[in-house]
Write a protein that binds this ligand. Structure first.
Ligand SMILES: [Zn+2]
Length: 72
């Protein structure tokens, strides 16, 4: 993502930054709580040494974050 990303809700330009997590970030189409995340699609995998940061855009008004994930 190089071009500025606009918020899909208010259409304002998103603020550029990074998101990161000490754990993986997964995607599920179900909103049910889980005890283990087996079977879900991992968008950002957990790293053992350094925590990698993923470029992201956020809208502070709408509390919305947009990021592009990269499958490894
Ligand atoms: Zn917005």
């Amino acid at each position: 993502m190089n071009a500025p990303v606009k918020c899909p809700n208010c259409k304002e330009e998103g603020k550029q930054g990074y998101i990161y997590s000490t754990h993986r970030i997964s995607w599920s189409e179900s909103g049910d709580s889980v005890f283990i995340d087996y079977g879900n699609e991992v968008l950002i995998d957990q790293s053992l040494f350094k925590i990698s940061k993923t470029p992201a855009y956020r809208c502070e008004q709408c509390k919305l974050v947009i990021f592009s994930y990269d499958k490894k």
